[in-house]
Write a protein that binds this ligand. Sequence first.
Ligand code: HEC
Length: 133
Amino acid sequence: MHVRQLAALAIAFALMGCPTEGPGTPEPTPEPTPPPPGWAEDIQPLLARYCADCHTGAATAGGEVGWLNSLEDVVAEAIAPECEGEIRAACVPMRIENGDMPFPGGCLPGGLGCITEDELQLVYEWLDAGTPE
Ligand code: HEC
C-alpha cells in the first residue's frame, strides 16, 4: 500500500515534466523590448510644453490649423516651404534641429528652455516606430 503510493507519486512527478536543461545551464532571459514612445503619452505632452503656444490655436501665424491638437493633423502633410514634401511629424525634428522652432531661434523665450537632446531622441524614436498613438 505504502509502496504503491510512493510509486504513484513518482509517476506523477515524472508526468509533470523534467527540466530540459541540466543544472548549471543559465535560463535564457528574453531581452525586454521597451515599447516605443506614443503620441498621447509621450510626444504630445513634450511638444505641448515647447510648441503649444503657437500650434494649438485655431490658426497659427503661418496660417496652418493648430495641428498639435490631433495626431491626424500631425501626420498630415505640412504646408511650410521648409517642410516641403514632409508630414508635419517628420518636419518637427527638422525644424528643431535647424533652430527654427520653437520660434524664434530654437528655444522658448524668457529663458524657459530649449528642447533637450533626449527629448529630440524621443521624437525620432516615435517617428521610427511609425508615429504610434
Ligand atoms: C512663438 C511661436 C511658435 C512656437 C513656440 C513654435 N512655432 Fe512652429 N511655427 C510658427 C510659425 C509662425 C509657423 C509658420 C511659419 C513657418 O513655417 O516658419 C510655424 C510652423 C511650424 C511648422 C510647419 C507646419 C506646417 O504645416 O507646415 C512646424 C513643423 C513647426 N512649426 C514645428 C514647431 C515645433 C516642433 C515647435 C516646438 C518645438 C514649434 N513649432 C514652436 C511659430 C511657432
